[in-house]
Design a protein around this ligand. Structure first.
Ligand code: HSE
Length: 303
């Protein structure tokens, strides 16, 4: 039996729509064992065993993609996945399933995919790179692409920072949250976001946390998606009033991310209380960045 873990992620960080994502130290756990036939056991973050429809399951799709990519037949395996983040909340649960399935394929066959090949398979399955890349390589990942391939740069994140994730008790599907975005945006919106992304990168590189409040503003996606979260602007304002350095939607939402170097419990509690004022029950997690990711583990496993 082989085990590996995959970090949860928080994408966009405000202005970095589809281009920025960060790995955090909350790890979904996987075990792969050889078996008579393929069997998957997936436990959600409350430890309920999920019943899965195999034809529509991301673990299974990812295994099939691995087999197709390398043009081979996989031996049968049993995969056990224990999710540590809730589904459909903007914390990378689908990226974990995709990378979990591809890694299971690698373990079953002993093939260590080159980094670029792993990225190509994962992004094809996920549709956008900003969760799968940080889960694979750790840290804050900036991705960019041309017609042919995806490139990325990693910034290691200071362990001093706390990432608070306030998780509402309802799901929102990323695919639906992409459909509500406008098809076109004007120059002023693009300029607004470009300047914030530049500031955000400076903030993380120089550890100047005072920049984060302006740097995490966004006009490309949050104004449209936040309408689905009652009290969103008030929850963000509460985070700042309680001392957060930055705050934004986590991925497409509905989870809300706040970043702080101090008093994370106090900020998280205040944000959850504001959620309740708007009728939303919310839980929180407090994490640090993960600067390792999955790929290093796979290299060790397949040595
Ligand atoms: N960047 C994606 C979005 C979510 O905002 O739709 C994370 O992959």
């Amino acid at each position: 039996m082989l085990r590996y873990t995959i970090p949860a992620t928080t994408a966009n960080l405000g202005p970095g729509f589809d281009t920025l994502g960060l790995a955090i130290n909350i790890y979904s756990e996987f075990q792969v064992t050889s078996a008579e036939k393929d069997v998957f056991y997936i436990h959600d973050w409350q430890d309920n065993l999920l019943s899965i429809d195999k034809s529509d399951n991301l673990l299974n799709k990812s295994l099939l993609e691995f087999a197709d990519y390398y043009q081979l037949t996989l031996p049968s395996i049993e995969i056990r996945e224990k999710l540590k983040v809730p589904l459909a909340r903007g914390m990378g649960s689908s990226a974990a399933a995709i990378l979990g399935g591809l890694t299971a394929g690698a373990i079953a066959t002993g093939i260590l995919p080159a980094k670029d090949d792993f990225v190509e398979m994962a992004v094809k399955l996920e549709g956008h790179p900003d969760n799968v890349l940080p889960a694979l390589f750790g840290g804050l990942i900036i991705n960019y692409s041309d017609q042919e391939r995806i490139f990325y740069e990693k910034i290691e994140i200071d362990p001093e920072l706390n990432f608070i994730l306030v998780i509402p008790d309802f799901e929102l599907k990323t695919s639906e949250l992409r459909e509500i975005l406008p098809k076109n945006v004007d120059y002023s919106t693009v300029l607004f976001n470009m300047s914030r992304v530049a500031l955000l990168v400076k903030s993380f590189l120089t550890k100047d946390w005072q920049l984060l409040e302006n740097a995490m503003q966004d006009k490309l996606h949050q104004p449209f998606r936040s309408a689905k979260i009652p009290g969103f602007n008030k929850i963000i304002a509460t985070a700042y009033a309680a001392g957060a350095r930055g705050a934004a939607l986590s991925g497409a939402g509905p989870t809300i991310l706040a970043i702080t170097d101090k008093n994370p419990e106090k900020i998280a509690g205040a944000m959850c209380a504001t959620c309740l004022d708007y009728g939303i029950k919310a839980e929180y997690l407090i994490a640090k960045a993960d600067n390792q990711g999955l790929y290093n583990q796979l290299e060790e496993l397949l040595k």
